[in-house]
Ligand binder design. Structure first.
Ligand SMILES: NC(=O)c1ccc[n+]([C@@H]2O[C@H](COP(=O)([O-])OP(=O)(O)OC[C@H]3O[C@@H](n4cnc5c(N)ncnc54)[C@H](OP(=O)(O)O)[C@@H]3O)[C@@H](O)[C@H]2O)c1
Length: 390
């Protein structure tokens, strides 16, 4: 299949990666001319003929801010297309991935797989943490088919289901035992569910998948991240969280009032609040914590869960590589320490609240912290240290 940069579907991924791989092959021994413009254009989702000069920084800030204010344009491929032409936006393959290992949950599909492809293209090692070996092998096959068999020795995988804490513990232990560094941990796995359900651990499913499971994984890997420092924890949230104020009781037990989109957005809001709380504590271990949202990208998850939304936004949806761009960038780029209480989108830190009414009540984040520790069986004092909000 030939890569068509105007297309947005997941089926484009292999062709996009093949295109990138060919270009990466050329770039593995960069000549004086530097990265190929064709390569840059392909990644950015431009036409291959595009030869637009980067917009200089002062204008870039104005353009970026104007896009952000529109929300819709910002989240679609328009936002990515414009911003990727702004000054200082290096292509993902230009990131310094060599010698770095990035662990990605939910890497068997959509944004997780696209993030894995991006970090591989940058020369990093990726560890796919997925639900089944079969899915992992399919993903490895797609990645190697697209990027070339030489990436095979930079892909490892393991199995964990975030809605089953025993599997998370085992996968974390294997990562600790294998002795290799973990420079970045990406919490990408996610889903919406039509109905409320309890997991084998007795927790509300949406809450465990997005909040409790990732929290446990971070806690168990913190020593490994610390010995790999500087290291990063990156959580993939959603712009949907802007509609929600953290309400711990509703998050952990929505009861009869369960609504899929609200439960999802509550969990995504909780990810943002917990990242801010965790970042304060992780810093002393040489670990930075970032939370990002990808905008709206055409992935299997969106196709299954939001068919009407997908039909309406249609060709304006980002492709998975565009949605995953900031994940790979946060994993590998040279970054400032994460500013507290911000969420990253298209490589910039954004406000984590758009409405004053979504700010958490005093003490609510501390309550969430204690609740999550309890739910995953951790002693807060011994593990991630007790959190108190101001
Ligand atoms: N696409 C968007 O526009 C968009 C917008 C905002 C936020 N997001 C967020 O981006 C992330 C990726 O979403 P996506 O759109 O790429 O969806 P996707 O194509 O459905 O991919 C979701 C991934 O999560 C994995 N997963 C689901 N439940 C899991 C569990 N219990 N344990 C471990 N892994 C599990 C899936 O594994 P299987 O392959 O085994 O099912 C899959 O690999 C999610 O956190 C989502 O909330 C996406």
């Amino acid at each position: 299949m030939r890569y068509d940069p105007r297309a947005s579907s997941q089926e484009q991924l292999p062709a996009l990666l093949a295109h990138r791989s060919r270009a990466a092959g050329r770039l593995s021994r960069p000549g004086p001319a530097g990265p190929s413009p064709t390569w840059r254009a392909a990644w950015r989702g431009h036409t291959e003929e595009s030869r637009i000069r980067p917009v200089p920084a002062p204008i870039a800030s104005v353009v970026d801010g104007a896009l952000e204010a529109t929300t819709v344009l910002s989240y679609t491929r328009v936002g990515h297309a414009v911003r990727s032409r702004l000054e200082g936006w290096e292509a993902p393959h230009e990131l310094a991935g060599s010698g770095r290992r990035v662990v990605i949950t939910g890497a068997s599909s959509g944004l997780g797989e696209a993030a894995a492809a991006a970090v591989l293209a940058a020369g990093a090692h990726t560890h796919l943490l997925v639900r089944s070996s079969e899915r992992a092998n399919e993903t490895r096959a797609r990645l190697t088919r697209a990027l070339g068999s030489d990436v095979l020795d930079r892909i490892t995988h393991d199995v964990a289901d975030l809605t089953n804490l025993a599997t998370v513990r085992r996968a974390a232990q294997r990562l600790v035992d294998d002795g290799a560094p973990v420079h970045a941990l990406v919490h990408n796995a996610g889903a919406t569910f039509d109905r409320a359900a309890r997991t084998v651990d007795g927790l509300e499913r949406t809450y465990q998948l997005h909040v409790a499971g990732p929290f446990l994984l971070t806690a168990l890997l913190l020593p490994r991240l610390a010995t790999s420092a500087p290291a990063r924890v990156i959580t993939v949230s959603s712009g949907g969280m802007y509609t929600q104020r953290l309400e711990v009781d509703r998050l952990v037990d929505p009861g009869a009032g369960y609504r899929p989109t609200v439960a999802y957005a509550q969990a995504k809001r909780a990810q943002v609040e917990l990242t801010t709380a965790f970042a304060r504590r992780a810093d002393r271990h040489g670990v930075d914590a970032y939370v990002m949202h990808p905008g709206w990208a055409d992935t299997p998850g969106v196709r299954t869960s939001l068919p009407t939304f997908r039909r309406v936004v249609g060709p304006l949806l980002r492709n998975p590589a565009q949605g995953a761009d900031t994940i790979a960038w946060l994993a590998l780029a040279r970054l400032p320490a994460a500013p507290a209480g911000r969420i990253w989108h298209d490589r910039r830190a954004r406000a984590s609240h758009r409405l004053p009414t979504t700010r958490a009540a005093r003490g609510e984040v501390a309550r969430l912290w204690r609740r999550v520790c309890r739910d995953v069986g951790l002693d807060p004092a011994a593990c991630l240290e007790h959190h108190n909000d101001p």
